[in-house]
Design a protein around this ligand. Structure first.
Ligand SMILES: [Zn+2]
Length: 384
C-alpha cells in the first residue's frame, strides 16, 4: 500500500490508524509505522510525504507516537507516548499477531514468549542481538529471505520491556527444525511428564515432544532434556521432604486444632523421614455428620522416593466422599496401617466410635490384621 493510499483512507475516515513515526537520524530517512488492528506497515518515505503525513495526523488528531531512532534502531531510543497493552498469554500462540508497543515485564518473559511463538508456528527464529537493553529477533526461514523481525527494548521510564518494532509477516513455510528449542527449555516444559513418569524412555520422550509441538528434536537433545528435567524433579522432591516440618506447621497454622504428625528416624545423627499423618479439623468435624462407614485404601506414590499414600474416606448424607485423614509412609504393611488407624481412631473419639464404624477395604497388605488388633470384632466389608 502506498503512503498516499493510506493517507487517502485516513482522510476518508475508512480506517483508524494508530501511527508511529520513526525518524532515522543518521540517514535522515523517515519511516512511518502504521498500526491498525495489529496490522503493521513500515514505510520509508520521502521528506515531502513524511511532512504530509505528519501534518495530516496532527490536524486529524490521530493518536500519534513519535519516536526517534537511529539507523540501526539502537541508540536514542526515546520513550513512547500513549498507552499500550501489557502482554498476556493467549490460549495458543498459533497465528499470534504481535502489536507494536506491547509491554513485557522482563526480558526473560519476552524471550520465553518468542520461543513459544516459534514453536507454535514452526518458525525458525533466531536472536540476532540479546543484551542488557535490547533484543532483536529475526526469522531464518525461506533461506534467510523471510522479513519477519521483532525488536524489543528496555524502557527505563516504564521500568519494563517494550516491543518497539515488528514486521509481522512471514514469507517462510512451516519449519520442523526450530532452533530456539533447546534442552533446558524443553526440560522445563516436560517437567510434569517426567515427574509423573520418571522412567520414561528417551524415544518416548522424543515422540511426545514431536507430537505435542510438531517439531523434530535429536535423540541427543531428548536425552539431555530428560536428564535436566529428572534432576529438577528429584531436586524438588528432596527439597520438599527437607521442608516437611515447615509444611506440618503451615497446616497447623492454617487449620487450628488439626492433628499433624511427622515421624522420623535418627540414623547416625541424620534425621530421616519415616511417616506423615494429617487429619484436618474440618474433615474430622464433618465426619460426625457422615454415615458410620470408613473406606480405607492405599496408593503408590510416583517420583524419586516412591512410598505410599494411605487414606481414609467417609460418605456424607449427599453420598459424597469426605477425606478424613491420610498418611504418607514408606511401605504399606501392618505396622504402618496400625500407626495410622491408632491415630485416626483416637482423633475421631476413641475405641467406642471406632468400633461403631464399618471399615471397607480392598484387603490391603496388613490392614485387616491391624484393624483386628485395634478393634476386635469390628464390622469389615470388602470392595468388589
Ligand atoms: Zn518467517
Amino acid at each position: 500500500m502506498s503512503v498516499l493510499k493510506v493517507i487517502q483512507q485516513m482522510s476518508l475516515g475508512m480506517v483508524t490508524w494508530n501511527v508511529k513515526l520513526e525518524v532515522f537520524q543518521k540517514t535522515l530517512q523517515e519511516q512511518v509505522v502504521l498500526v491498525n488492528n495489529n496490522v503493521v506497515i513500515h514505510m520509508r518515505m520521502r521528506l515531502e510525504e513524511y511532512n504530509l503525513v505528519t501534518n495530516f495526523l496532527i490536524l486529524s488528531g490521530t493518536q500519534m507516537i513519535l519516536t526517534t531512532t537511529d539507523s540501526d534502531e539502537e541508540e536514542n531510543d526515546k520513550e513512547s507516548y500513549g498507552s499500550f497493552p501489557t502482554f498476556s498469554m493467549p490460549k495458543s500462540m498459533d497465528q499470534y499477531k504481535w502489536e507494536v508497543g506491547t509491554y513485557f515485564t522482563e526480558k526473560k518473559e519476552f524471550i520465553e514468549i518468542i520461543r513459544t511463538y516459534a514453536l507454535a508456528n514452526g518458525k525458525n527464529l533466531i536472536f540476532d542481538r540479546n543484551d542488557k537493553n535490547k533484543v532483536t529477533v529475526k526469522c531464518a526461514g525461506a533461506k534467510g529471505k523471510c522479513n519477519w523481525y521483532a525488536y524489543c527494548a528496555y524502557m527505563s521510564a516504564m521500568k519494563s520491556w517494550q516491543l518497539r518494532k515488528i514486521i509481522d509477516e512471514h514469507s517462510c513455510s512451516r519449519d520442523f527444525n526450530v532452533k530456539l528449542v533447546n534442552a533446558k527449555w524443553l526440560s522445563k516444559k516436560m517437567e510434569k511428564t517426567v515427574r509423573e513418569n520418571p522412567h520414561m524412555k528417551v524415544m518416548d520422550f522424543r515422540d511426545k515432544v514431536s507430537r505435542k509441538w510438531n517439531v523434530c528434536i535429536s535423540r541427543n537433545m531428548a536425552f539431555r532434556a530428560k536428564v535436566i528435567a529428572r534432576d529438577d524433579v528429584d531436586g524438588s522432591f528432596t527439597e520438599q521432604y527437607r521442608r516437611i516440618y515447615n509444611y506440618a506447621h503451615e497446616l497447623l497454622r492454617g487449620n487450628p486444632s488439626s492433628i499433624v504428625k511427622v515421624k522420623v528416624k535418627n540414623i547416625d545423627g541424620e534425621v530421616i523421614f519415616s511417616r506423615f499423618y494429617a487429619c484436618l479439623k474440618a474433615c474430622k468435624d464433618s465426619f460426625v455428620a457422615c454415615r458410620p462407614i470408613i473406606g480405607v485404601d492405599g496408593f503408590f506414590l510416583k517420583g524419586k522416593y516412591g512410598g505410599e499414600l494411605l487414606t481414609t474416606v467417609g460418605r456424607d448424607d449427599n453420598d459424597q466422599s469426605l477425606p478424613i485423614a491420610f498418611v504418607v509412609a514408606k511401605v504399606e504393611n501392618k505396622d504402618s496401617w496400625r500407626w495410622f488407624l491408632e491415630l485416626l481412631i483416637d482423633n475421631l473419639g476413641g475405641d467406642a466410635v471406632g468400633a461403631s464404624c464399618t471399615f471397607i477395604s480392598d484387603q490391603q497388605k496388613g490392614l485387616l490384621q491391624a484393624i483386628q488388633e485395634l478393634l476386635p470384632g469390628v464390622d469389615k466389608r470388602y470392595c468388589v
